[in-house]
Design a protein around this ligand. Structure first.
Ligand SMILES: NC(=O)c1ccc[n+]([C@@H]2O[C@H](COP(=O)([O-])OP(=O)(O)OC[C@H]3O[C@@H](n4cnc5c(N)ncnc54)[C@H](OP(=O)(O)O)[C@@H]3O)[C@@H](O)[C@H]2O)c1
Length: 232
């Protein structure tokens, strides 16, 4: 990335996923990026979005490598315990909905809470979270996918609210909710034919360019891999 410190440090959360792994690889290949730390459920330190104490412990363990000029949270889930997203109201169940919110909104918000102190106190820095276009309330034309849509919309609100608060102490912080396009991954595989999905590396190249072009505004940005703004 060109707009961060020329020796910037990056942290990728969810490095075991298709997009997370592609972010790690792209950042490792960036001559300006001095160090990339990737963490996942399988890494040491590791974490589970459904276990709040593991998020506190993760942040504590990462303190030794801070500050991070760029933090990307590439976690998320569409299928939970073998169940895909609900297609109609009759499929809604409290536990399944709560699970979607835990993995896609609550866990990522707690991660932001614990990782924000690891951003540099001064200078441009970026906190980006993989969201999804289907989390846009105004762009919802098809319906369906209740829990995934609603948990991503909740995530977007949590990011916007945090962006406003965090800008008071870090006016050069960019907070972004990202839409990667339809990308080949474990998450998309049951719903999209491989030939209709983009390679993760291609999506990540676009997302990093888009992040580079964002100006700190004291508000969160909701953008896609082409750098285009998505309505909330
Ligand atoms: N692929 C697409 O077409 C697409 C489109 C729009 C938005 N997105 C968003 O992009 C993000 C990444 O998706 P992807 O396509 O790269 O999917 P993926 O390959 O399935 O990766 C998902 C990542 O989330 C992690 N994760 C899931 N549940 C977790 C939990 N409870 N605790 C800790 N980590 C957990 C996974 O860890 P494990 O490896 O341990 O399971 C993995 O690292 C998601 O937020 C998704 O909503 C993707």
């Amino acid at each position: 990335m060109n707009t961060l410190d020329p020796n910037y440090h990056a942290l990728v959360i969810g490095a075991s996923g298709a997009l997370g792994n592609a972010f790690v690889q792209a950042l490792e290949a960036d001559p300006h990026c001095r160090r990339v730390v990737g963490v996942s459920r399988q890494s040491h330190p590791g974490f589970n979005l459904e276990d709040a104490s593991s998020l506190t412990a993760l942040a504590h363990a990462l303190q030794a490598h801070a500050p991070f000029n760029l933090i990307i949270d590439a976690t998320g889930a569409l299928t939970l315990e073998g169940r895909g997203p609900e297609k109609h109201l009759g499929a809604l169940e409290a536990e399944h909905l709560q699970h979607a919110f835990m993995v896609n909104a609550t866990g990522p918000a707690l991660l932001l809470r614990h990782l924000a102190p690891l951003l540099p106190a001064k200078g441009r820095c970026v906190y980006a979270k993989l969201s999804a276009r289907v989390g846009s309330i105004s762009d919802n034309h098809k319906g369906g996918w209740y829990g995934y849509r609603a948990s991503k919309a909740a995530l977007n609100m949590l990011l916007q609210t945090a962006a406003i608060e965090l800008a008071r102490k870090r006016p050069e912080l960019v907070v972004a909710a990202l839409q990667p396009g339809t990308v080949k991954s474990r998450l998309s595989e049951p719903f999209v034919a491989a030939q209709q999905a983009t390679d993760p590396a291609r999506a990540v190249t676009g997302l990093l360019q888009a992040l580079d072009s964002l100006a700190p505004s004291g508000r969160a940005h909701f953008i896609d891999y082409k750098g285009e703004t998505i309505p909330w």
